[in-house]
Write a protein of this length. Structure first.
Length: 302
């Protein structure tokens, strides 16, 4: 029998999402004894570079007492012709119960979960999904406002190629936020509108009404000149600096999943803004990942 996995936020009900937020908050207030995952082997299988996510998962795994194994791509036998199913079977036979994976191919964690008897956590797959990043973003918003429902959230920039944006849209809508996507048509197609999600090209028009502005990285490795012909034009229309910060309401916060491109998505003014919550996002990532590991392996605690 396969274990439950977290491949995107649509794997969770709204009640389960809220439970994970509460559990992460409890871990932040009082770290648990290192017994929650004692004797549980967790493998980190990352095929893409990562600073925040990889380190955050590693710290979280250690804090809940798991046995942690790092498996860099060059050390696995996938490069020797071993199939993904073979790798999953081998790891399960060794007693591995959780695989945390990041891969440039959209859908890779789903194929892995189909062959693995334990739990798979998607740490980012291509331009598809990044569920734990979305959860830590939700926790940051929830900590700030005490709720998600009814908040107005803008996602600004390269929504088309952003796995963070896709997972956030699912989580935000499931918990009742109003979501506005902002960017040029090549990065935010009109087809993304619907189901409580609005698309606009005019950032300045919507800023005063927003509670949360989430800036998204321009992914130069996934975009072409046809998709984004001019970084200068993009910066003029969508970069957040002093003037746009001044247009926000007094309680609004600004988020970014990182890494951010100075001068493109934001200016140095954002880094000194009272509502800049990047450091809180990073901090919350450890507690969210502790809560996800605990939830998948141990289930809900009453």
């Amino acid at each position: 029998m396969r274990g439950r996995s977290l491949l995107d936020l649509d794997d969770l009900t709204s009640d389960e999402t809220t439970y994970i937020l509460h559990r992460a908050t409890a871990f932040a207030a009082r770290p648990p004894a290192r017994e929650l995952l004692r004797g549980v082997c967790v493998v980190n299988l990352f095929f893409e570079p990562s600073t925040r996510t990889y380190t955050s998962f590693s710290i979280a795994e250690q804090r809940v007492g798991a046995d942690v194994v790092a498996l860099p791509p060059g050390t696995s036998s996938l490069g020797k012709g071993e199939t993904l199913a073979d790798t999953a079977l081998t790891l399960a036979a060794m007693g591995v119960r959780v695989i945390v994976t990041r891969h440039p191919e959209s859908g890779f964690p789903y194929r892995l979960a189909d062959s693995f008897s334990g739990h798979v956590i998607n740490a980012g797959d291509g331009s598809h999904a990044h569920p734990t990043q979305a959860l830590l973003d939700l926790l940051t918003i929830w900590t700030e406002f005490g709720r998600i429902e009814g908040l107005r959230v803008a996602l600004v920039g390269d929504v088309l190629h952003s796995r963070v944006a896709r997972s956030n849209i699912i989580g935000l809508r499931r918990l009742g936020a109003d979501v506005t996507l902002v960017g040029p048509p090549t990065l935010v197609p009109d087809t993304m509108a619907g189901g409580g999600v609005t698309v606009t090209r005019d950032l300045d028009a919507i800023l005063p009404a927003m509670d949360v502005v989430m800036l998204l990285r321009i992914q130069r490795e996934r975009t072409t000149s046809a998709v984004l012909p001019s970084l200068g034009d993009y910066a003029r229309n969508y970069r957040v600096g002093a003037e746009r910060l001044a247009a926000l309401n007094a309680r609004a916060i600004v988020l970014h999943p990182g890494p951010y491109n100075r001068g493109v998505e934001l200016t140095e003014d954002v880094l000194g803004f009272a509502g800049w919550r990047y450091a809180q996002q990073v901090s919350h990532g450890v507690f969210i990942r502790m809560a996800v590991l605990d939830f998948l392996v141990n289930g809900r605690v009453t």
